[in-house]
Design a protein around this ligand. Structure first.
Ligand code: FNR
Length: 371
C-alpha cells in the first residue's frame, strides 16, 4: 500500500502484521506472560491529560534539541531491537535510511541482523548511532565487538548497556510459533545463525539470549566496560528510583539512563517508564540534572512523546513502531512512521502553546490519574 494513505502507527502495524511472516509477527508482537506491562506502557500515556494554554504564538515550532551533547532534529530514538531482517531485507540499515531525514538517533541491537559496519554504511554525515551491548558469558566476544565499535567513532557515539533482561521473559507468542531454526537471519557479529540452538526453546528470544551473561553488577561491569571503551555509557532498563539514583553516582562514565521495561518483554507487571519518571521526580529529582533520562515503551502518538518530555525525559524511544514501519513498507515505511510521529509531536506542541522542547514541563500535564 501507499505509505501516505496510512495515518497513524496503529494502521502501519496493521499493514505490517499482514505482510510479515507469522514468526516475525510473533517475535515482534510478543511480550511476557499476560502482556500487562506491554499494555500499561501505552495506557499510562492515555491517562495523563494535557493542559493547553491559549493566546500563544505558535506559528513557529522547533522540535530540535541536544542528546548527549549532539544536536538532534527531534528527541526521538530507535530503541535497539533484534532481527530487523525478519521484517524486511533492508533490515537495520533500512531503518537508518528511513529516519535519516528527521535527525533522530538509532541504537543498534547486540542481536541485529546485520553487522554494525553494514548498518551505518551510506548513512548521512552527522547521523548518529549508539551500539547496544548484551554482555556475553564469553567476554572476549563482547570485547572484540567493542573494539570494532570504537573504530567507527565517527558514527557510533555511545554504548547502551541493557540491564533489564539478564534472562529473557516468558514470551508465549514467540515460544508457540516455531518454524525458525536455521532461518534466523545471520546477525551482528556477536551472535550468528550458527549459535547452538537452546535445547527445548522454541522462541527467537530464547535462542538469542543463549550465551548472555547474567552475572553483571554495578562496579565490576562498569569497570570492565571502561577498560574497553571510552564512549559514554547509557544504562537501559532501569525501573526504580533507587537504581536511577545509583546510576547517577557513576556519572560522567554513565551519561544517561533509559527507563524501560523492555517493551513488556522482560518482567511482566514491571512498571511503565512513566511510573519510574514520577518516582524519580519524587525521591531523587537531582538525577535529572546529573544524567539524561530517556524513556521507551508504548509510544504510539505525538502526544505520548510530548507527555514523556513534560515529565522530564530528554529522549523518547520507539521499538516496535520502527520494526512495524519496516515491515509495512521497508525504508518508506520507517520514514512514514517518523513523519507521523514528528507531525503529531509538532501539532501537540502548537496546541499546547509550546514553541520549543525546552518550553515543555509539568505545567502542561495533569498526572493525577497515574499517581
Ligand atoms: C526489543 N528490545 C530490545 N532491547 C535491547 O536492549 N536489546 C535488544 O536486542 C532488544 N530486542 C528487541 C526486539 C524486539 C522485537 C522488541 C519489540 C524489543 C526492547 C526495545 O529496545 C525497547 O525497550 C522496547 O521495544 C520499547 O517498547 P515499544 O516501543 O516496542 O513499545
Amino acid at each position: 500500500p501507499n505509505m501516505h494513505s496510512l495515518l497513524n502507527l496503529d494502521e502501519i502495524e496493521e499493514v505490517a502484521t499482514k505482510q510479515v511472516s507469522k514468526k516475525c509477527w510473533a517475535y515482534y508482537y510478543s511480550a511476557s506472560d499476560d502482556l500487562i506491562s506491554k499494555s500499561f506502557n501505552n495506557l499510562v500515556y492515555k491517562q495523563i491529560l494535557l493542559r493547553p494554554r491559549v493566546f500563544v504564538d505558535c506559528t513557529k515550532c522547533d522540535t530540535s534539541t541536544t542528546l548527549l551533547g549532539h544536536k538532534v532534529g527531534i528527541p526521538l530514538y530507535v530503541s535497539p531491537a533484534a532481527m530487523a531482517r525478519l521484517a524486511h531485507p533492508a533490515g537495520e540499515r533500512g531503518i537508518a535510511q528511513g529516519i535519516s531525514p528527521f535527525g533522530a538517533l538509532q541504537v543498534v541491537s547486540n542481536n541485529a541482523s546485520m553487522t554494525p559496519e553494514q548498518i551505518v554504511e551510506g548513512s548521512l554525515p552527522g547521523q548518529i548511532f549508539g551500539w547496544q551491548i548484551y554482555v556475553q558469558n564469553d567476554r572476549s566476544k563482547s570485547e572484540a565487538m567493542l573494539a570494532r565499535i570504537n573504530k567507527m567513532s565517527d558514527k557510533y557515539k555511545f554504548i547502551v548497556l541493557t540491564l533489564d533482561a539478564p534472562v529473557p521473559g516468558k514470551r508465549e507468542h514467540d515460544e508457540k510459533t516455531q518454524e525458525i531454526g536455521a532461518s534466523l537471519p545471520v546477525s551482528s557479529g556477536v551472535k550468528t545463525a550458527e549459535e547452538p540452538k537452546r535445547p527445548g526453546g522454541g522462541g527467537v528470544g530464547q535462542q538469542l539470549f543463549w550465551g548472555t551473561a547474567a552475572d553483571l553488577t554495578w562496579k565490576s561491569t562498569l569497570q570492565w566496560l571502561a577498560k574497553h571503551t571510552s564512549m559514554p555509557i547509557v544504562l537501559k532498563g532501569l525501573q526504580t528510583h533507587e537504581d536511577a539514583y545509583l546510576a547517577a553516582q557513576y556519572a560522567p562514565q554513565v551519561k544517561a539512563i533509559i527507563l524501560s521495561n523492555h517493551g513488556g518483554r522482560a518482567l511482566d507487571t514491571a512498571p511503565p517508564a512513566v511510573h519510574t519518571l514520577l518516582e524519580i521526580r519524587k525521591y531523587c529529582p537531582e538525577v535529572f540534572s546529573r544524567i539524561e533520562v530517556w524513556v521507551d515503551g508504548g509510544i504510539k502518538r505525538g502526544t505520548d512523546v510530548v507527555k514523556a518530555l513534560c515529565l522530564g525525559a530528554k529522549a523518547v524511544g520507539v521499538g516496535r513502531a520502527a520494526l512495524f514501519g519496516l515491515g509495512a513498507g521497508g525504508v518508506e515505511g520507517v520514514e512514514r512512521t517518523f513523519e507521523i510521529l514528528k507531525a503529531e509531536t509538532e501539532t501537540c506542541m502548537k496546541l499546547l502553546g509550546a514553541e520549543k522542547i525546552s518550553d515543555l514541563g509539568l505545567k502542561h500535564i495533569n498526572t493525577r490519574a497515574v499517581e
